[in-house]
Design a protein around this ligand. Sequence first.
Ligand code: G
Ligand code: G
Ligand code: MN
Ligand code: NA
Length: 254
Amino acid sequence: LVLEHALHRALKQNEFVLHYQPQYDVPSGRIVGVEALLRWQPPGGERISPAAFIPLLEETGLIVPVGEWVLRTACLQALKWQQAAHPPIRVAVNLSAVQFRQAGLVQTVRRVLDETGLDRRCLELEITENIALHNEEAVISTLTQLRDMGIRLAIDDFGTGYSSLHYLQRFPVHKLKIDRSFVKDITDAKADRPIIKAIVSLARNLGLAVIAEGVETPQQEEFLRSCGCLEMQGYLFCHPLSSEDIENRNSVWQ
Ligand code: G
Ligand code: G
Ligand code: MN
Ligand code: NA
């Protein structure tokens, strides 16, 4: 209850910030996008991990206004970078299943895009496979409306949820994000290598883009490249950074 009160205050008093983690096309070294990641720094307290407070935002319904704030802030930031003559990169925003099921989601996204003026093709929404647990027709309808607006859709944490190949074929998404648990074991255990290879070829055969997250070592990079997974995100390339750090670090924009 104390934490819930603190979260209400956090939204009202602007205690949330977004950090951004670059995503690269590895062969060219070019930045292709950033993922927006929510951070909460209560005044006088320690920074709290989203893994700890997002479940509470979801339980209390606060994820809806906070999610709208995230979306608006990320769109405005992407626009600002474009106006500063950086290459037009995409910004990826995480949507939790609770947000996804909200009746007003499509309208909210459309309104935020209209109000901020960001090119719709520059917004990517990351959803998890767990959205598929409820009412498949409604899920497909929401995804289709978002896609028809020009927004890109990525399945986050791919391979860890309740996915089925059936959904993959029916959901109008653009991209799979290979979960970092598969990437993590590339060097030590060889066990996950066949899984990564299978996800990459699944993506290719379905005409989907693919990105690996959580890439931390050159060995992981090398293996992913050898499989044909050329977009990557992870500490090897860049940690999530504040907007100021992203802006001022020339190496980010190569
Ligand atoms: O950045 P970090 O690894 O600590 O994030 C932990 C989890 O929180 C990840 O699963 C990430 O997807 C999720 N997350 C981060 N930012 C957001 C956000 O703005 N909205 C939602 N719904 N989830 C987020
Ligand atoms: O669930 P999602 O993929 O949105 O989670 C993203 C989270 O992964 C962020 O909290 C981010 O801080 C974290 N992250 C980003 N790069 C790496 C990495 O290379 N290794 C690890 N362990 N975590 C990472
Ligand atoms: Mn994500
Ligand atoms: Na993920």
